[in-house]
Design a protein around this ligand. Structure first.
Ligand code: CMP
Length: 230
């Protein structure tokens, strides 16, 4: 009997799914079409851009800066769903289905956005139909990622969730696999649904066991086969 295909390591699964930023796929003509109907908006660091539950019909494309997408509760606890940077967009869900915002979005760096209202987006799609397809593709990627996260939350313990999140955030830089975002331990805790103390313990353990190295808040992955649990 044929052996079942080997399940890819956590790292292989996460690294292949990285989305190519939306902006970088637009041609010059498509960018001109967007710019002709979009407005520019500047936000300082830690500004509220969208609030979960509020109505709104605009899509935001990030020209520069960085935002966090999160959901929270009344006690101020938050789960970070995603960190988005230049070339990414957000706000498309309410723009498409006219329902309240599914999550909140705050800047984590001063940011410049190109903002498209529903009407402006329709104009873009009329003049450059590929833009509509590209937005659909990103939506499909986000559903895939959300599916994967549901699996991670349901099937992995906190140790595995931290390991898989580190790999998901990692990019190659100067031949090293590094966590691209400068995250605080609280941010990481908010991404995996654990306490900061627990994340601190796990990072220390991963570092002592030689899987990662931590230098001035920068995390390098030394061994991609991070252990799923202790
Ligand atoms: P919208 O619901 O209009 O406002 C909040 C936005 O957060 C949402 O559109 C998406 O753009 C973004 N968002 C919500 N969930 C996720 C997710 N899981 N990953 C990335 N972005 C998300």
């Amino acid at each position: 009997m044929q052996a079942p295909p080997k399940r890819p390591a956590v790292g292989e699964r996460t690294l292949t799914l990285k989305a190519v930023p939306f902006f970088t796929q637009l041609s010059d003509r498509e960018l001109d079409v967007v710019r002709a109907v979009a407005t520019e908006k500047n936000y300082p660091k830690t500004a509220v851009v969208l609030t979960e539950g509020e109505m709104g019909d605009s899509l935001y494309m990030i020209q520069s800066g960085k935002v966090k997408v999160f959901i929270g509760d009344e006690d101020g606890r938050e789960i970070i769903l995603k960190i988005l940077g230049p070339g990414d967009f957000f706000g498309e869900m309410s723009m498409i289905d006219k329902q309240p915002r599914s999550a909140s979005v705050n800047t984590i760096e001063a940011s410049l956005f190109l903002v498209l209202s529903h009407a402006a987006f329709e104009k873009c799609v009329e003049q450059a139909p590929r833009i509509g397809n590209m937005v659909m593709r990103v939506l499909a990627q986000r559903v895939r990622e959300a599916d994967r996260k549901i699996g991670t939350l349901a099937l992995m313990d906190v140790y595995g969730r931290v390991a898989s999140t580190l790999l998901e955030l990692s990019v190659y830089s100067n031949g090293k696999l590094m966590v691209g975002e400068k995250l605080s331990q609280q941010d990481l805790a908010n991404m995996v649904g654990a306490s900061r103390e627990m994340v601190n313990r796990i990072l220390k353990d991963l570092s002592e066991r030689g899987f990662i190295s931590i230098e001035s808040k920068s995390i390098t992955i030394i061994n991609r086969e991070l252990p799923p649990s202790l």
